[in-house]
Design a protein around this ligand. Structure first.
Ligand code: DXP
Ligand SMILES: NCC(=O)COP(=O)(O)O
Length: 246
């Protein structure tokens, strides 16, 4: 596995700001172009059922505007499957989704949903889309990912991020061990492990130091930081912290 940890930048919340006024500014496409210009490795966008940030037409515009691989985060629904098959992103990451949630709470229950995920994963795979599952780092979920034959899992780092915010060192260590153990087990089973959610300048380095992880997806914090220092500088600084951790 290469030492270079890829950085996928989630641009959802550029669209959140745009949508607050119903116009075209700020345009997530411009954000994607800046990410490309500063050496980001990919663009992540979550097309939610309620379209609260990224909208359908953004996907095509992002794909046309940059050569960076697009990682489309999508719920396991027929509607989203049809959209993924129409756009053929580089990767599709299947995420849990609740309309009333503020953000993605917890990972996909790949174990419980196994049978309904089989046809969805198969159809994405047949379309040569790299399928990923956004799961909690535990054996039951990883085992389901193995049985589904997906090439990638992304471990939800939300609980780790909360533990960091709470200053609870014991929980932080427990979360890091959980993610690190499952990353090693994923690689052993031929699955490429990624991680993301709630990562910041302050908490990214212990995650980035997990040698098996191949990619981090980071969004909300970078967009927030971009308000103060610009997106280019925010991505550059995150890249630097990730590189220093390896
Ligand atoms: C699945 C995931 O973690 C990202 O999609 C990120 O959460 C985007 O932001 P929202 O959850 O606020 O839509
Ligand atoms: N899959 C996680 C992601 O894309 C970014 O999450 P966040 O940094 O916006 O919390």
């Amino acid at each position: 596995m290469s030492d270079r940890l890829r950085l996928g930048v989630n641009i959802d919340h550029v669209a959140t700001i745009r949508n607050a006024r119903g116009g075209d500014h700020p345009d997530p496409v411009r954000a994607a172009q800046i990410v490309a210009s500063v050496g980001g490795d990919g663009i992540t966008a979550h097309l939610r059922e309620d379209r609260r940030h990224i909208r359908d037409d953004d996907l095509k515009r992002i794909q046309q505007a940059t050569d960076l691989p697009l990682n489309l985060e999508m719920a396991a629904t027929e509607e989203m499957l049809a959209i993924a098959l129409a756009h053929k992103p580089h990767a599709a990451c299947i995420v849990p989704e609740k309309r009333e949630e503020r953000t993605t709470e917890g990972g996909l229950d790949a174990a419980g949903l196994h049978n309904s995920l089989v046809p969805l994963v198969d159809r994405l795979r047949e379309a040569s889309i790299r399928v990923s599952l956004f799961i909690e780092a535990n054996e039951a979920q990883l085992d389901a990912a193995i049985r589904l034959g997906v090439p990638v899992v992304e471990f939800h780092t939300g609980e780790y991020a909360h533990a960091c915010l709470d200053g609870d060192g014991e929980r932080v260590e427990r979360e890091l061990k959980r993610i690190s153990d499952m990353a090693a087990l994923a690689v052993k089973n031929g699955i490429e492990p990624h991680a993301g959610h709630g990562l910041t300048y302050e908490n990214v380095q212990p995650i980035a130091a997990i040698p098996q992880l191949a990619e981090l997806n980071i969004g909300h914090y970078l967009v927030g930081e971009a308000v103060f220092v610009g997106l280019e500088e925010a991505v550059r600084r995150m890249r630097e912290l990730m590189d220093d951790a390896r």
